[in-house]
Design a protein around this ligand. Structure first.
Ligand code: MN
Length: 218
């Protein structure tokens, strides 16, 4: 695929970080896109938020959602689009050192696959790139905590576009659930934010970490 184009799309992500100081992935590794992944990372930086990331064209298109997703269709959540992240970021959990960009604790709160509902409608047929450009995304999540249809609608353009995220009214809608409050452990390691912050399992050298991530993604 167009590796150069992909590298350019990650330029902003890479320019904000010193990879000799942070354990976050640099995004140099390339691999064929294998379906569409999504991930939500709970991120305790200056302010707690949830980072929603959708795989689109070989990178993770990203939004910071201060209050996180809600399965209640009447609740719309602010989602601020941030820089595209490399696919490898989808398995990152750990500590970004204080003083570095986004310094704080990162938990893998949910992950799985998603479907593009617009593309599945014959009268619509928009792919994810088109949906993103139009500022209107309809996706179906098959995660552990994110399930069913969700809508993302862009409300403000600019350097950091603002969107709203809300649940579609389908069989997975549930106004009584509040998963950001009830689900407080990592979907990958079962650790709490505090356990991750205490570094119970320290960041491992790259070779070991990749070996582990390949296994857990199988
Ligand atoms: Mn974040």
């Amino acid at each position: 695929m167009a590796a150069k184009a992909k590298q350019n799309r990650l330029a902003r992500y890479q320019s904000k970080r010193d990879f000799s100081r942070t354990p976050e992935p640099q995004g140099a590794r390339r691999r064929a896109a294998a379906g569409r992944r999504f991930v939500i990372q709970k991120h305790e930086a200056r302010a707690l938020h949830y980072d929603l990331r959708l795989e689109i064209d070989g990178v993770l298109t990203s939004w910071a959602v201060p209050k996180g997703p809600s399965p209640d269709p009447s609740v719309k959540r602010l989602a601020m689009q941030t820089e595209d992240h490399p696919l490898e970021y989808g398995s990152f959990e750990g500590i970004i050192p204080a003083g570095e960009y986004g310094g704080g604790t990162v938990m893998l709160w949910d992950r799985g696959r998603y479907r593009n509902l617009r593309e599945e409608k014959p009268t619509d047929g928009r792919d994810m790139r088109q949906s993103l450009a139009e500022g209107f995304i309809e996706v179906w999540f098959s995660g552990k905590r994110m399930r069913g249809g969700y809508i993302l609608r862009r409300t403000h353009d600019g350097d950091r576009p603002r969107w709203l995220l809300w649940k579609m009214n389908d069989e997975e809608a549930d106004a009584r659930r509040n998963p950001t409050a009830s689900e407080t452990k990592s979907v990958k390691t079962g650790r709490t934010m505090r356990q991750i912050a205490l570094g119970k399992t320290q960041w491992k050298p790259k070779a070991k970490r990749e070996g582990k991530s390949v296994k857990s993604e199988a």
